[in-house]
Design a protein around this ligand. Structure first.
Ligand SMILES: *[C@@H]1O[C@H](CO)[C@@H](O)[C@H](O)[C@H]1NC(C)=O
Ligand SMILES: *[C@@H]1O[C@H](CO)[C@@H](O)[C@H](O)[C@H]1NC(C)=O
Ligand SMILES: *[C@@H]1O[C@H](CO)[C@@H](O)[C@H](O)[C@H]1NC(C)=O
Ligand SMILES: *[C@@H]1O[C@H](CO)[C@@H](O)[C@H](O)[C@H]1NC(C)=O
Length: 466
């Protein structure tokens, strides 16, 4: 055995030091120390340890961090020096390596509330960590989230897209249904359905659109450009897997195209050889009527309109702690299965603990900082942190709350696959259960139980985080 290992050492030494004529075996530049001593293997009294000095770990704890772990209040590490994985009596110091910015953004990952338990599948993804797809000639970009980022997100996926003024998302279609919420600016959308009915509309921030599976559509940014969020009813959706107008023409023989359209082969001389995806174009005419092309079938009937001017709708509920604007197929019928709520949660307030009975929830944070605590049977719970530009995913039946942990309003969108927007409020549920059952189950006083509300609250105001 010893001779074999010496042989190997010799070969390694030769490979590292000998200049072979063959450049494949060229030695690296720099110094070489050989061979590594075998005296370093395992216990050897000659190899003493080096003790750390705990005084070298300098840190300050965030307000509330030493409170009993089950209180689990939000922690703000922004003014804490060297954030530490400590909650109440639990945890310990972290000498490093670490990057404070991650802990400041995700305090509930570093120092989870003591009520967290077991494992819950990842429920958070910052879209800024997605690999961006950059459009041509500065015309825009897109970045997406799908099951690659949140593996449990099987029912829905999302994309954030920017188009500069005049920029196009080229004519395309896909197998998934597409629901969209405009985040900034304005956009012209157009489409045609199976019956040859056409559609064109201009939308601005806060409006929504929907394109059914297979319906071809295009988008062009109006003055000032546009940014929008897309949600698809397929967790594995990818922007790299759409059917494109350019490819229909580039991937069919020119002789076939000529026969199909009854034009000479030379008509196709200058077609793009492949996808354009996002590219700059001639600015859209200001007067939308100029792009209102109709055939004998006319336009898509209003009842089946692909757009809904949600920005002009009043909130469904205006509450002390914020507001909630619901948009679902009862008012936007073409978007079958897409039920959503645009929720504003004021500082200190909480979107109450609830669950959705039949659908997973895909969500996106438009503004502010929040945390979501998810309870997933059995006996598992975890807390995740969210900021503007993050998306999240909560599987059906799991309880969750959305707590504003910052000093600004939190605005987020909950999207469900359901024929109407609904949830079960934990507060309303226990408020409408015979008190004796609640008292026996939770060991509460009758005074506490009698204070429970019988109505769904949606959002509950509380004290802002100190
Ligand atoms: C875009 O929209 C977001 C969310 O409403 C907002 O915070 C941001 O200020 C807007 N940006 C511009 C340039 O208007
Ligand atoms: C397009 O033309 C139709 C009539 O053919 C009209 O009903 C519809 O309002 C027009 N739409 C726009 C956006 O101008
Ligand atoms: C837009 O164009 C239509 C048809 O070309 C015309 O009837 C209408 O007056 C125009 N609207 C404006 C605001 O210029
Ligand atoms: C209920 O609370 C009382 C104290 O008020 C405690 O003694 C008792 O053990 C609790 N029961 C359960 C089942 O936790």
């Amino acid at each position: 055995m010893a001779s074999t290992s010496h042989f190997r050492t010799l070969i390694a030494f030769l490979l590292a030091t000998t200049s072979f004529p063959c450049s494949l075996l060229a030695a690296p530049t720099g110094t070489y120390t050989a061979p590594a001593p075998t005296s370093l293997l395992g216990f050897n009294p000659a190899n003493g340890v080096v003790n750390a000095d705990p005084k070298n770990i300098k840190f300050t704890l965030a307000p509330g961090q030493t409170d009993s772990a089950v209180i689990g209040a939000p922690l703000d590490f922004n003014n804490a020096k060297n954030p530490q994985p400590i909650r109440g009596s639990k945890g310990g110091t972290d000498p490093g390596p670490h990057t404070d910015k991650y802990s400041q953004l995700n305090p509930d990952r570093l120092a989870p509330p003591g009520t967290d338990h077991g494992s819950v599948a990842n429920a958070q993804w910052p879209l800024e960590l997605s690999h961006a797809k950059l459009g041509l000639d500065r015309a825009g970009w897109s970045r997406g989230q799908n099951i690659d980022n949140i593996p449990v997100a099987t029912e829905m996926a999302g994309v954030d897209m920017r188009l500069e003024e005049g920029g196009y998302r080229e004519l395309h279609w896909h197998k998934a249904a597409e629901w969209s919420y405009v985040l900034n600016g304005s956009v012209r959308i157009q489409a045609m359905n199976e019956d040859g009915q056409t559609f064109v509309d201009d939308l601005s921030a806060g409006d929504v659109w929907f394109f059914p599976p297979g319906v071809p559509h295009s988008l062009q940014a109006l003055e000032g450009g546009v940014e929008f969020l897309l949600v698809f009813d397929d967790g594995s959706f990818s922007e790299d897997n759409t059917f494109l107008a350019t490819e229909v023409f580039a991937r069919n023989p020119k002789s076939v195209l000529s026969k199909n359209f009854k034009v000479p082969i030379s008509a196709w001389d200058k077609i793009p050889p492949g996808a354009l995806f996002i590219f700059p174009g001639t600015k859209a005419p200001k007067n939308i009527s100029a792009q209102n092309v109709t055939g004998t079938a006319g336009i898509v009937p209003t009842q089946q309109s692909y757009s809904y001017h949600l920005s002009k709708q009043e909130p469904t509920f205006s509450l002390d702690g914020g507001s909630i604007k619901i948009i679902d197929p009862t008012t936007f019928p073409i978007a079958t299965k897409f039920s959503a709520a645009v929720v504003t949660v004021k500082p200190g307030a909480i979107r109450e603990i609830h669950w959705h009975t039949t659908s997973d929830e895909w969500n996106f944070f438009i503004a502010g900082s929040a945390r979501i605590g998810i309870y997933a049977a059995e006996d598992a719970a975890q807390t995740f942190d969210y900021h503007a530009g993050d998306c999240g995913y909560i599987p059906k039946a799991m309880t969750h709350y959305v707590e504003n942990v910052g000093n600004d309003d939190v605005v987020f969108i909950e999207v469900l696959q359901a024929d109407h927007f609904s949830d079960i409020s934990v507060g309303q549920w226990v408020g409408l259960t015979p008190p004796q059952i609640v008292i026996d189950t939770l060991n509460l006083t009758s005074e506490t139980v009698s204070s429970f509300k019988k109505e769904k609250q949606y959002i509950v105001q509380g004290d802002p985080v100190a």
